[in-house]
Design a protein around this ligand. Structure first.
Ligand SMILES: Cc1ncc(COP(=O)(O)O)c(C=O)c1O
Length: 312
């Protein structure tokens, strides 16, 4: 148990309104527009083997998202990095899913003008989250190309990480009804976009393809592109027709919540020989081995937590 002064943070730790709390006790005021109107933005960075992965890149994207929604963070970038580190340190988690959020806040009584709100920052660390479980990662996911269209990027900008998940959640239920495990949504032009919490890649003739438009510019997507440069694999970032996905040699998804994860069935049909493909496996293995070796790592000093544990 990780306990500080008798408080158990082992299920996760949160920071809200200037104080740290066990994750199960942290509360957001119900009048905050982040809750009432999905008027918020967030980012997720993970911790693996006691180090953040690409922390500065996640902070960069978070700051861009906050500015994009015309919000102002109540803390400096260095303070936010410190708060996130403290959440992880309190939890004692060596593998963690670490979220930073900025919500619009609560308007003054009787008013509805977002300019009158004081924006709120929330941070938390919980155990690592995987989009695909161990069995799914070994055999590959069954992906359904959804009949639910992705919210248009002109309405909700997907490059600003947001909580407008109505289309994704409908898409997930659609996928479950059709025997699948997850889903990818399509835009009005019939091109693939992204899925609930991930970007998508297809491989054809040794070349990789990933959608350019209508997607979050995923940090794992960028990591995959960098790994492809390293191994000399060509990546085309452009339009990817949804109805051609089933003809790909390989498909995989990318996310902070699990890295590189293979897809081996699409709409009920096996892709190729039905096993994770060679390029997917190569990129997956390189992703994990480079992370193990400290690539883009920001180590966390757990010193006090270890001392507190020893004293508990
Ligand atoms: C909609 C969406 N697309 C893509 C991603 C993948 O982005 P990243 O690799 O930065 O985690 C996420 C991450 O949660 C997401 O929510």
């Amino acid at each position: 148990m990780t306990a500080f002064g008798g408080t158990d943070f082992s299920a996760g730790a949160a920071f809200i309104d200037g104080a740290y709390a066990p994750i199960g006790e942290a509360r957001i005021p119900i009048l905050d527009w982040g809750f009432l109107k999905s008027d918020s933005t967030y980012d997720v960075v993970h911790v693996w083997k006691g180090s953040f992965f690409r922390l500065e890149d996640h902070l960069d994207r978070f700051e861009r998202s906050v500015a994009g929604l015309r919000m102002t963070l109540p803390h400096s970038r260095a303070e936010i990095a410190g708060i996130l580190t403290e959440c992880v340190r309190l939890s004692g988690l060596r593998e963690a899913y670490v979220q930073m959020l900025c919500t619009r806040g609560v308007p003054p009584p009787g008013k509805r003008d977002p300019r009158d709100c004081t924006n709120r920052f929330v941070g938390f660390a919980i155990p690592f989250v995987w989009i695909a479980d161990a069995g799914q990662r070994a055999r590959g996911l069954h992906l359904i190309v959804s009949s639910v269209p992705r919210i248009a990027p002109e309405s909700v900008d997907p490059t600003i990480k947001n909580q407008h998940w109505g289309d994704f959640v409908r898409g997930l239920f659609d996928a479950y009804d059709r025997g699948g495990e997850t889903t990818v949504l399509v835009d009005r032009q019939g091109n693939l976009t992204e899925g609930p919490g991930f970007n998508i890649f297809a491989v054809r003739g040794g070349k990789l393809f990933t959608p350019a438009r209508g997607v979050l510019l995923g940090i794992t997507r960028r990591t995959v592109i960098e790994l492809c440069e390293e191994i000399g694999a060509e990546v085309e970032v452009g339009a990817l027709a949804a109805d051609a996905l089933g003809d790909a040699d390989e498909v995989f998804i990318s996310s902070t919540a699990g890295g590189v994860m293979p897809v081996t069935r699409i709409d009920g049909r096996a892709l190729g020989d039905g096993k994770p493909g060679p390029l997917t496996t190569r990129i997956h293995d390189l992703y994990w081995s480079k992370k193990e070796a400290g690539w883009h790592a920001t180590p966390i000093d757990y010193g006090d937590a270890a001392r507190a544990r020893a004293g508990d």
